[in-house]
Design a binder for this molecule. Structure first.
Ligand code: FEO
Length: 424
């Protein structure tokens, strides 16, 4: 079991800390196997670089390891791949012990660093993809990989040794003192879970990062959590490529905008409305409308569909002043996907108060969806006129997806009827 520095290559060491008893990370992530906070140290002919630190509680262990491989006055470079406190807990003390070291952070990390250290008077070097730092015979090259998992994140590549210090990317919460992927227990579930919960909402950024990483020679990937990937490191890069690709093939993807309509119905009234909304949406060329009854569906496949969709619509009755649980359950499972800027809408039948539609619209706006068309509410059984209204509603939503509604014809005679417009 590791307690102290571990050599990854001559002059390159792991200085991390094991946290086997952690069971929840960042409030929401389950960590059955604990985690590790991986920090690293690289020795060049002209100086030593420290890459990331550890959570504050583990600072003593980190410094004890560091002191076995370098003295503080040798440290010329501190690289922060990510400023989350699990990697910067020991930073203030490291800066105090090695005040001559220059800090290298991503451009987006600058404000965050000032907030983290509560100081405006900080010396640091903001770096971007293509920037390098020469340690003497060893070169660190930076890759800007934002949102993996915060806006500030970057990866650092040790060129001469083909080692990638990847930050959270390719990491997982799996604590095993044997450290290397060919020695530790089977951590595949943890690797996948970590991707799904940390990286998946940012999969466009994952793909951008992979575009930078795939062309590199890779002898080893040293992530900020979990096993160090020295056996077939490229397999993990390939797995990220698979995971960040669309989950399902959509036969209509290239031809049509996709609108998903989810509903649940007590007496068939919201279901009738849902059918009419779908008919209205389908009447617009270039839109594929799909209808799902949440009473008969599993949430996970719907999350995959929503991730790929252009618009989502929720139909719910109002029961006890609220939308019903299956709708909220589906909405609350969307934290793992990026739904920002998709089109959202709501409709539903109600008995006497009918708050569900407004509540759903508020939630959709809170999740940063566009809600361009006010929802349809129908008291009890929808009449033929009200079903027509649902069809128009579906049509309007579809037109928003295709952009057809953007062209608005202004009747000049209408403007002339309202002289106050001209008077300002
Ligand atoms: Fe391991 Fe996003 O911190």
């Amino acid at each position: 079991m590791s307690d102290g520095p571990v050599e990854l290559a001559p002059g390159v060491h792991w200085l991390g800390a094991l946290d086997p008893h952690l069971r929840v990370f960042d409030v929401i992530l389950k960590t059955a196997n604990g985690t590790s906070y991986n920090a690293y140290c690289v020795r060049g002919e002209r100086g030593v670089a420290v890459i990331d630190t550890v959570k504050a509680e583990y600072a003593d262990r980190f410094f004890a390891s560091l002191e076995q491989v370098a003295s503080y006055d040798e440290i010329t470079v501190i690289v922060l791949n990510h400023l989350e406190p699990d990697h910067t807990g020991a930073l203030p003390e490291l800066m105090r012990r090695a005040p001559q070291a220059r800090l290298y952070i991503s451009v987006k990390a600058q404000m965050m660093l000032k907030a983290l250290l509560k100081s405006e008077d900080l010396a640091f070097v903001p770096v971007d993809t293509g920037d390098t730092v020469d340690l003497g015979g060893r070169t660190l090259a930076f890759l800007n990989t934002p949102f993996l998992h915060w806006p500030d994140t970057q990866c650092t590549y040790l060129k001469e040794d083909a080692l990638l210090f990847s930050g959270d990317v390719f990491g997982c919460h799996f604590c095993d003192g044997r450290l290397f992927n060919d020695r530790v227990g089977d951590f595949r579930f943890s690797f996948e879970y970590y991707y799904q919960h940390i990286m998946r909402p940012f999969r466009e950024h994952v793909r951008h990062a992979l575009d930078l990483i795939e062309p590199l020679d890779l002898a080893l990937i040293a992530p900020a959590h979990g096993p160090i990937l020295r056996d077939e490191p490229r397999a993990y890069v390939q797995r990220y490529r698979q995971l960040s690709a669309p989950q399902l093939r959509n036969e209509a993807a290239d031809r049509a905008k996709t609108l998903l309509i989810f509903y649940i119905s007590s007496y068939g009234n919201t279901a009738r409305m849902a059918l009419a909304v779908r008919d209205g949406a389908e009447s617009v060329d270039g839109v594929r409308a799909s209808l799902y009854d949440l009473q008969g569906g599993e949430v996970t496949p719907f999350v995959d569909l929503i991730e790929e969709a252009d618009g989502i619509v929720f139909g719910s009755p109002t029961i006890n002043g609220d939308a019903v649980k299956p709708i909220w359950d589906l909405l609350s499972s969307l934290a793992v996907v990026n739904i920002k800027d998709k089109l959202g809408a709501a409709f539903g039948s109600y008995g006497w108060t009918g708050e569900a539609v407004q509540m759903l619209e508020d939630r959709l706006r809170g999740l940063k969806l566009r809600v361009p068309v006010g929802g349809v509410r129908v008291k009890l059984i929808p009449s033929d006129e009200e079903l027509d209204q649902c069809r128009r509603f579906g049509q309007q939503l579809a037109e928003h997806l295709t952009g057809r509604n953007a062209r608005r014809v202004i009747d000049m005679s209408e403007l002339l009827k309202e002289p106050h417009h001209a008077q300002g």
